[in-house]
Write a protein that binds this ligand. Sequence first.
Ligand code: ZN
Length: 292
Amino acid sequence: MLIGALEAGGTKIVCAIGDENGNIIDKKIIPTESPNKTMPQIINYFRNKGIEALGVGCFGPIDPDKKSKTYGYITSTPKLAWRNYNIVKALHDTLNVPIEFDTDVNTAALGETISGALLDCEIGIYITIGTGIGVGVCIEGEPLHGLMHPEAGHIILRRLKNDNYKGICPYHRDCFEGLASGPAIEERWGKKAYELKNEYEVWELEADYIAQAIANFILCYSPNRIVLGGGIMHEEQLFPIIRFKVKEYLNGYINMKQILDDIDSYIVPPLLGDDAGIKGALRLGRLASRNN
Ligand code: ZN
């Protein structure tokens, strides 16, 4: 059986065909532009490929509640062309296959839970730091939903005394994403992240905000492990500083050896690399074929 997988991110969209065992057979990357430009390319890719179901992991916020009137919509996204766009309907009307729909980060958390760094975790968290900041949570192998889904990239953090940058989030200004996303780094320092590689000051500040967020997630969700992915986390010098600062912020309060003695195996990069999202989307597609 062939299954379609779609990972729609802030800057690029990954379309793939896979099998029911989770193997990716073919993959294509297209840039995220407006729905008018991008959707026909997505539909052309999947059309006539013989897929029997489709899994969609999408940048959000989205409405993943099948009982809701706005199920399948991308909702209050800062990407204006996609705001209130019903992506599930557009795909279903043209491809006519069952679809499962979730956030891109919940999908990446699912991918890492099935066959990556969150395998065997009762509660696993996937954080992506890139164009935006997103947080996916899987509990016992299921992506977490509730009122809608976690949007923990927009939590409020304690601003550092030496940081006068105003923040870039159009909704909250200096939330986590507003202070620590790729565009925030670029606007604060006047250069792109990869041009700042040797500037320790940049990464110490960045690591501090990420560590604050992680300390909060540990306190809220009690995860068994945390994966840190996304373009900014390709700056691997961040990992040791983040781990050190997480311990500092928790200050011994969470008295668990995974954090106190073995934090290198507790806060980790994705095992599936940049494939976590598309592997998770493939699993969603398989669920769609079963639920149909
Ligand atoms: Zn925000």
